[in-house]
Design a protein. Structure first.
Length: 141
């Protein structure tokens, strides 16, 4: 297995735990405030990790392009989290999480449009199956 796969699997495991922990955590709490608390925890944890791993870098090393796209990514992440926590507060985690995973399909489409990537036919088949699976899971009766 390649290194990226280990990290991707770890991401999937912890993302799944995020849904479960968040569903319990937003009960009786405003979802936007819960997102704020989550963000503070992430900031503290990342600062600790960066210090432990000695990975701090001078801000002057970032280019204007780095700044622009990291800020845009941060804004998109924040909006995504706000929407996700609100959805978890209002719906079932087993339905919200699959819809959230439509991001996989959208990443494939956006990577073609904005990054010039060219998924193979097999890739598109997998993306289509994911989209179908998401819809089946999210809209169960």
């Amino acid at each position: 297995m390649t290194d990226w796969l280990y990290w991707a699997l770890a991401s999937a495991v912890f993302a799944s735990l995020t849904a479960i922990f968040a569903k319990v955590g937003v009960q009786g709490v405003d979802s936007d405030f819960a997102t704020f608390i989550r963000t503070l925890v992430i900031i503290v944890a990342l600062a600790g990790f960066l210090s432990y791993a000695n990975k701090w870098q001078p801000l002057s090393n970032l280019t204007a392009k780095n700044w622009l796209f990291l800020i845009l990514s941060g804004l998109a992440t924040g909006i995504s989290w706000l929407a996700y926590f609100k959805a978890l507060q209002l719906g079932n985690a087993s339905q919200v999480a699959p819809i959230d995973k439509l991001s996989l399909v959208l990443v494939a489409i956006f990577s073609v449009i904005f990054l010039g990537e060219r998924p193979s036919n097999q890739d598109w088949l997998g993306i289509g199956l994911v989209a179908t699976g998401v819809l089946v899971l999210a809209f169960k009766r």
